[in-house]
Design a protein around this ligand. Structure first.
Ligand code: 5GP
Length: 185
């Protein structure tokens, strides 16, 4: 039996990926979103096992050594994030399409390891939109904002590596376009 499809969604910080993916899942609840493992501290309101699986550096090291992660990356030069491979395999074997929302380095690893996966890049209408969103979010320090903007520039340059590029003018429209790119109707 063929496994259900795997989709990987990437895009620069503050482009609104999280909101688009949430909207997509309201429209298509059969799509399962992988819960990543991370070494970063939980933010207020985040729940372990729901938003992320929060682990220590030592636990993350062990998962890497054991080959438990389909991909992993250090994001914004700060914390490590990774996708548990067994969970993804299990969902797909049970016929459930899986969506991964990862950074560019992670997306590149998944594309290499899973040739049949479909990759989608979400980009802002203009650089200024991204800048405005990141600054108005107000959740990062100035230093962190600058770091994220540097990463965003590098990430935007990689859009051409993806199967589909969607410009996020409007969350609802982008979610519909994402669903179309995933073959969901
Ligand atoms: P945040 O700390 O804001 O929750 O996430 C920061 C970034 O980490 C997001 O832009 C997201 O794309 C990336 N990320 C989240 N989970 C994973 C993962 O499992 N693997 C990789 N490579 N990146 C991830």
């Amino acid at each position: 039996m063929n496994a259900a499809p795997l989709f990987v969604v990437a895009g620069p910080t503050a482009v609104g990926k999280g909101t688009v993916v949430r909207r997509l899942r309201e429209m298509h609840p059969q799509v399962t979103l992988s819960i990543s493992v991370t070494t970063r501290e939980p933010r207020p309101g985040e729940v372990d096992g729901v938003d992320y699986i929060f682990v220590s550096d030592a636990q993350f090291d062990r998962m890497v050594d054991n080959g438990d992660l389909l991909e992993w990356a250090m994001v914004h030069n700060q914390n490590r994030y990774g996708t548990p491979a067994a969970w993804v395999d299990e969902q797909r074997e049970n016929g459930l399409p899986v969506l991964l929302e990862v950074d560019l380095a992670g997306a590149r690893q998944v594309k290499r390891k899973v040739p049949g996966c479909r990759s989608i890049f979400i980009e802002p209408p203009a650089w200024e939109d991204l800048q405005r969103r990141l600054l108005s979010r107000g959740t990062e320090t100035l230093e962190e904002q600058a770091r994220r903007l540097r990463t965003a520039r590098e990430e935007l340059a990689a859009a051409g590596e993806f199967d589909v590029v969607i410009v996020n003018h409007d969350v609802d429209r982008t979610a519909v376009e994402l669903a179309e790119a995933m073959g969901l109707n």
